[in-house]
Design a protein around this ligand. Structure first.
Ligand SMILES: C[S@@+](CC[C@H](N)C(=O)[O-])C[C@H]1O[C@@H](n2cnc3c(N)ncnc32)[C@H](O)[C@@H]1O
Length: 182
């Protein structure tokens, strides 16, 4: 498939895929400030195509990063793609319906030394269930959770879709507390 076809698929996917939930600019700017994004040397955005604010803001700040997405030119599936060399931060808003597998894979990347730290934007319900609790408990020493006081209105979604969300952050030097509200 060429890149024009990939883009057509991506634009169509954005219309009907409930997992395509585009992050507003303010969410990106806030987390970049909170974690001091400029202190990271090589960042990976694994669920981000050309129109993502994570990527657009990174361009403005001249950050060194790699953005990949299942509908990019290489069909970069998160579960098959390795982080860029020297990756010290993975940050993204992942598809919520696959969150358990994504959290598991992300901790595997930590264990293998392929990333040093991560921030995942997830629904508040990520804090529920024995499966997720056990994964988080295992890594609790370096976890910080940033909870949004207000539900997020995602781009292109109606207000009825607004979601209570949090950032699950792992091994971020700037975050000295385990719990924050923003
Ligand atoms: C929650 S959306 C986030 C979109 C964008 N990154 C943003 O924050 O504005 C998650 C995106 O990941 C894509 N995606 C789903 N499964 C994927 C996978 N296995 N590997 C990479 N991307 C995937 C979806 O098509 C969707 O566009």
């Amino acid at each position: 498939m060429n890149s024009i076809q990939e883009n057509i698929f991506y634009e169509a996917d954005k219309e009907y895929n409930p997992d395509h939930v585009a992050t507003p600019r303010f969410v990106v700017e806030d987390i970049y400030d909170l974690i001091d994004i400029k202190s990271f040397k090589m960042i990976w955005f694994p669920f981000n195509n050309y129109d993502s604010h994570f990527k657009l803001k990174a361009d403005e700040l001249n950050l060194k990063y790699k953005a990949t997405h299942i509908f990019d030119d290489c069909g970069n599936d998160f579960f098959q793609t390795l982080p860029p060399k020297g990756c010290d931060l993975l940050i993204s808003n992942p598809p919520f319906s696959q969150q358990n597998e994504i959290i598991k894979r992300t901790f595997e990347l930590i264990d293998r030394g392929l990333i040093k730290s991560f921030c995942l934007l997830l629904p508040l319900s990520t804090l529920e269930t024995p499966t997720r609790a056990e994964m988080y408990e295992k890594y609790i020493d370096k976890i910080s959770i940033i909870i949004f006081k207000k539900r997020i209105k995602f781009l292109g979604k109606k207000t009825s879709f607004n979601k209570g969300c949090c950032w699950i952050c792992y091994n971020i030097p700037k975050l000295t507390r385990q719990l924050y509200w923003i």
